[in-house]
Design a protein around this ligand. Structure first.
Ligand SMILES: *Cc1c(COP(=O)(O)O)cnc(C)c1O
Length: 231
């Protein structure tokens, strides 16, 4: 089932790239394995996937304890500063940086580990109360402020679009995130040249690819529905 699902998602990604005139190599599929067992991750690995997304530090710690193969974990969920200390060596990217205190703690913990870490700034494009992330207007000054932290590589922007049955309705948010990235690059902030857009989930990843996504984060479309009651 997981293998077949991955085939379908990869085919959809390919088609969206063709439609947008993009190279499929420029889009990375992140398999969002939160709440799912290691055995599911292994099935996805057998199908050729090497990049996984998780949203809880504890789950990342447990899963990286079991999985010693050469796969990448990305922290895609809301991150509390007091948990950052567990992440050096466990994740290759943090998608959810949205406040200075968190950025400073990431700097502190990765400096201590003598590692650099790729980060994305989380942007709340639709202004939803229920979502984390900065308002688009806050992002340029925020990027400028944290750009001086030497152990953070600011690679780009991430957004979680509204949940919807109509993926087209999220196109404006994906296009807006891409424009925000381009605008910030034009500011020529020393050390900042963003090349990454993490946007698009099971319901809307094709539209996100058409608008420039370089990472799509797909959970349900690969692993099936999540059952939060069993975790
Ligand atoms: C859970 C989650 C996803 C995956 O959502 P699906 O709709 O299951 O594809 C993507 N991004 C983030 C940040 C998530 O927390």
């Amino acid at each position: 089932m997981i293998k077949e699902n991955i085939g379908v998602v990869q085919e959809n990604i390919k088609r969206a790239c063709e439609k947008a005139g993009r190279d499929v190599k420029d889009v990375t599929l992140i398999a969002v394995s939160k709440t799912k067992p290691v055995s599911d991750i292994r099935q996805a690995m057998e199908a050729g996937l090497t990049v996984f997304g998780e949203n809880k530090v504890q789950e990342i710690r447990e899963k990286t304890e079991e999985i010693k193969e050469n796969v990448d974990f990305h922290m895609i969920g809301h991150l509390q500063a007091n948990k950052v200390k567990y992440l050096p060596g466990k994740v290759v990217m943090i998608h959810s940086v949205d406040n200075v205190k968190l950025a400073q703690e990431i700097e502190k913990q990765f400096a201590k580990a003598d590692m650099n870490i790729d980060v994305l700034i989380e942007v709340n494009m639709a202004g939803e109360d229920t979502k984390f992330g900065l308002a688009p207007s806050e992002v340029p000054s925020f990027v400028k402020e944290i750009s001086t932290l030497p152990h953070l590589n600011i690679r780009g922007l991430m957004t979680i679009a509204p949940y919807t049955d109509d993926p087209e309705s999220n196109r404006i948010y994906f296009a807006g995130l891409r424009r925000l990235k381009d605008d910030i690059n034009k500011m020529n902030i020393p050390g900042v040249n963003m090349d990454t857009l993490s946007m698009g989930m099971t319901g809307d990843y094709e539209v996100a690819i058409e608008e420039g996504a370089t990472f799509v984060r797909v959970g349900t479309g690969i692993f099936g529905e999540r059952n939060y009651s069993i975790v």
